[in-house]
Design a binder for this molecule. Sequence first.
Ligand code: TXA
Ligand code: MG
Length: 351
Amino acid sequence: MKTIINRINSEYHIENQMENIQGAGAVLRAGGVVAFPTETVYGLGADALNPEAAKKIYEAKGRPSDNPLIIHICDHEGVHCVASNISDKARNIMEEFWPGPLTLVLEKKDSVPYGTTGGLDTVAVRMPSHELAREIIRAGGGFICAPSANLSGRPSPTKATHVIEDMDGKIDMIVACDNVSIGLESTILDMTVEPPVILRPGAITQTMLEEVIGTVNVDKAILSADTKEAPRAPGMKYRHYAPKAELTVVEGESKRTCAYINQRVLELQSEGYKVAIMAAEETVNNYKANVVESLGKIGTEDVAVRLYDVLRGFDHMDVDYIFSEEFPTGNLGQAVMNRLKKAAGNNVISV
Ligand code: TXA
Ligand code: MG
């Protein structure tokens, strides 16, 4: 399949993009697959109400068919077409955080095919804050299922080059516009249980949610590496976001972490391996390896924005082993550590 790539400068004015938007919309309405940017990561869109279209997404990604898709909507009214029994709490949350990087799990309506929800009676819904994304969703009929636009298991795409790498030749169109601002997938909040539960951490944190609706729990399976509990978002059970090389996350006091990693690098290099390190801006100069990458200053948004790009970069450098420092939690920190540990297949060492 020939993939059409439409490049849009990130300084665009939306009113000048109508041709691109209508073009993408036409492909979606015809049951095709279009990758487009959102504020979190690039999504791989198809008509959520057309099971044949949703099926193409699973094929392009190589995604297990029991892993449900998020339905993306373009306005607040859209949610009532796909979900029923929406509680007051859910309404308050939507009012506060939509459009934005928050996905709500709700009871599904019959209009939503099981092909989209992976056979579940619940449906995940999100209204992105990315204007171009919302206009493409509108042009495509208003209900677009969109997983991250990566091959299943690989790091999510935050740049057009990542999407092209994984999807060129497999889908109809890529809308390439590099203004993904968050870099990690949306927070998923299950509103079908009381109290609501965070199934995947993201930019909208537990604290932010609790300020609006009171107690919110966090699915235990996403917090620690050693838990035996199965995550309740089906997609969170798979190894995910993973680079090709073996990734180890090293936790502990900074000096000890540094000493441990540098020692391991020497050992592995003496065996002929190529080793990479991911560190914070504050500590990056303490390391020596074949490749040393800074994700940015601790506690800044840079760390989240750069994480997947840096992981993908290591694939191109053919490194054999990767070591990462821990990035302190707080705000996006919990989401960063969740993705990092999953990328490591929970290969975490405490020093
Ligand atoms: O930020 C995002 O959410 C991005 C952009 C493109 O919007 N999309 C995204 O989709 O991350 P995806 O498919 O890569 O991740 C969706 C996650 C999976 O872990 C899936 O199992 C979970 O949402 N999910 C979907 N529907 C669900 C449901 N009804 N109940 C529980 N988990 C659900
Ligand atoms: Mg994904």
